[in-house]
Design a protein around this ligand. Sequence first.
Ligand SMILES: [Zn+2]
Length: 259
Amino acid sequence: MTQANSSSEAGSGAQSGTQEYPNPDDAADVSLSRTPVLVVTPHPDDAESGAGATIVRWAAQGRKVVLVVCTNGDKGSSDPEMTSPKLAAIREEEQREAAEVMGVSEVVFLRHTDQHLRDTYELREQISRQIRIHTPDTVLTIDPNRPYIRHEDHYVCGRVTLNCVFPYARDRLAFPEHIAEGLQPHKTREVYMWGSLEPDTYLDVTDTFDVKLDALSRHRSQVGQGWELREVRARTRYAEVGKRIGVTYAEAFKRIEIF
Ligand SMILES: [Zn+2]
């Protein structure tokens, strides 16, 4: 039986981390190929914030990138005049615009209510379906492993996505309705997770970092106020990550290879 393992724990297969990846462009990993990528994000703007420059980089390499947005983000406003339905529509439009900036091929909105994402059969089925439709070699999502203070939507998104990669999307008898519809089981080769407390893979995103910021800035309802300060902070933060591998800007991930 095939098992999903962390490459660092398994001690075999593709290696990752600053020691093994002094120059990410030399890494013989699947992310340098032209295979599809499925990005699963809890809210509009999370993927841009955590991995936007990597998404731009992969799209620029010719990889088809599909973005799955789990919630509608309809709680993210302190404006007393704002309503949840109005905000959900705004955020969907902002997400479409940001996705276009990044070179994303397709955006799938699951439209779960913000702050109410739960590990349900419905969510497992939805994400497994997207994996089986788009057959990604690489799935990119948020690392769920944060103790204490965390956004529950972030935890659920990351956790359920990992469960869908392995075993749900892979196993034929999981969601047999998919098979009846003509979809096939799919085995994802690797998972990248942003926001990890234990990153082991650093990608040089110096060339695409400005595009990430452009995409992030399209989420005007979230970052419109005080954007200049946010930009300075983002450049400082990702420059610090870049120092780990000797480049101007880098994004950090926990990477898991599926054996
Ligand atoms: Zn979020």
